[in-house]
Design a protein around this ligand. Structure first.
Ligand SMILES: CC(C)(COP(=O)(O)OP(=O)(O)OC[C@H]1O[C@@H](n2cnc3c(N)ncnc32)[C@H](O)[C@@H]1OP(=O)(O)O)[C@@H](O)C(=O)NCCC(=O)NCCS
Length: 213
């Protein structure tokens, strides 16, 4: 039977290749620590934030260890207030690709080892439009419901996860999906609104798909 390789060892594979790569990585780690380490609620080891990161309220954001990001990262605390506990939590070992945007007014929790493709949008809130009332651009009212994303999920390109959604662990969100309702663990969902199209079976070592319709 093949020997199990701990995930941290996978993370380091291919990164040891040459001195110049190591130097760039060491510089990126230092830059992340200097620019963000003391401002974020928490920042784990070996995590690198891209140069074009925008976080309007760093003390509301907690990022775990060994997290990889693509470019153009936007993490927004919509209320931009002092908070005891972080509103945006990103777990250890996540891989988040380009142009990720996360808006949180209450709470967005992303578990461990979550793979998020490019252009993904996650929000825990909606603006309030009051006909004849305060214009939406200056109306600070929001409807909020926390978002939770379980461990080991894969969120496909251009997907949106909207307020109040809990995605169970080991699930797949199809490209371009708009997730408006909870997703059970080990499910594949797709479409707008996203619906379960398959279930993943954990019974054998090779993952089995079970078609739902
Ligand atoms: C969700 C996904 C993983 C499903 O793959 P799959 O298991 O091979 O699914 P299938 O191709 O068998 O499709 C099953 C059904 O769901 C539909 N479907 C699959 N993906 C869909 C999507 N993203 N949106 C809407 N419908 C989708 C298919 O049209 C098919 O419908 P049908 O049975 O009526 O023909 C895949 O389609 C997907 O979206 N991958 C994301 C790719 C990506 O974002 N990559 C970024 C790299 S990090």
């Amino acid at each position: 039977m093949a020997k199990e390789i701990p995930w941290k060892e996978y993370f380091h594979r291919g990164r040891k290749s040459n001195l110049s790569k190591l130097t760039v990585r060491a510089w990126c780690l230092c830059r992340t620590r200097l620019l963000w380490g003391w401002r974020l609620h928490a920042l784990g080891s070996r995590t690198v934030l891209p140069r074009d990161t925008f976080i309007n309220n760093p003390c509301a954001v907690s990022i775990g260890s060994y997290v990889t990001f693509g470019n153009h990262l936007l993490l927004a605390d919509l209320l931009c207030e002092r908070c005891e506990s972080p509103k945006i939590v990103i777990g250890d070992g996540c891989m988040i690709l380009h142009r990720f945007q996360c808006n949180a007014a209450e709470s967005v929790q992303i578990g461990q080892h979550v793979l998020i493709a490019s252009n993904v949008f996650i929000t825990d809130s909606d603006h309030v439009v009051e006909p004849g009332g305060v214009p939406v651009t200056v109306n600070r009212k929001l409807v909020t419901k926390p978002v939770i994303i379980g461990d080991n999920c894969w969120i496909g390109q251009n997907a949106s996860v909207l307020k109040g959604v809990t995605i169970g662990s080991d699930s797949i969100i199809g490209a371009g999906s708009v997730v408006t309702h909870d997703v059970p663990s080990c499910s594949v969902v797709a479409g707008n609104p996203a619906e379960v199209i398959k279930k993943l079976s954990k019974n054998s070592r090779a993952v089995k798909y079970i078609k739902v319709h």
